[in-house]
Write a protein that binds this ligand. Structure first.
Ligand SMILES: Cc1cc2nc3c(=O)[nH]c(=O)nc-3n(C[C@H](O)[C@H](O)[C@H](O)COP(=O)(O)O)c2cc1C
Length: 197
């Protein structure tokens, strides 16, 4: 890892409020409470030791504008976490309304997620990026914090690319739902120029 991109795994300070943090509700109660929470679906990617790695996430959150920081929470048992934790760069791409199959593919274990029909290309810094997404962010690791059974990866966003502004893919009530226009919005960045008669 290059020196200026050194990731800091911080010693986690004690919880802000005192209290018995062993007595939280269980995971299924939390999932029930969050079912009505519409969460945008993204795929986290990186160049792993043996090839491209990637995983579907809904834990993407905007953290800071200056510097530009985002975060993703990855399960500590995730194979992708093991591959991505030492990468110098990683990519985060937001899926469009018509990319539910991509979301399912990158959440499925035991398959080559980058094999056909997945369309992908190498982006800046050799980060594998999935084709035809809404937007792509190339990040360098900024912080990694172990929190419960996940690791929070905070990334410094060093490069952004915008795709055609189509509708979004969200995870809502346990299913993948398209939201907004299915086709590219005219006049937006990345939209094709309108044909003239
Ligand atoms: C819509 C959706 C959102 C998900 N969000 C996350 C997430 O934010 N963090 C996470 O660790 N796993 C998340 N998962 C689960 C992983 O995608 C899934 O467990 C995957 O198989 C892990 O693969 P890996 O072990 O190769 O990393 C999500 C799955 C789906 C379908």
């Amino acid at each position: 890892m290059s020196p200026h991109h050194s990731t800091t795994e911080v010693d986690v300070p004690p919880p802000v409020r005192a209290g018995n943090h062993g007595l939280t509700v269980d995971g299924s109660a939390l999932r029930s409470a969050l079912r009505p929470h519409a969460a945008g679906v993204a795929v986290l990617t990186a160049a792993g030791a043996a090839g491209p790695v990637g995983v579907t996430v809904t834990s993407l959150t905007s953290v800071s504008a200056t510097p530009a920081l985002i975060s993703v929470a990855l399960a500590t048992v995730s194979n992708t976490w093991a591959e991505i934790r030492d990468c110098d760069w990683f990519g985060v791409q937001l899926l469009g309304a018509d990319q539910a199959a991509v979301a399912q593919r990158f959440a499925t274990r035991g398959i080559d997620r980058f094999a056909r029909p997945t369309g992908w290309h190498l982006g800046p810094h050799g980060v594998p990026l999935i084709d035809a997404c809404q937007s792509w962010m190339i990040c360098s690791p900024y912080r990694q914090v172990e929190l419960g059974d996940h690791h929070l990866m905070v990334g410094a966003v060093e490069h952004v690319e915008l795709g055609a502004p189509t509708g979004s893919l969200v995870h809502l009530h346990g299913s993948l739902e398209p939201v907004g226009p299915a086709r590219p919005v005219a006049d937006g960045p990345g939209a094709r120029p309108a044909r003239r008669p």
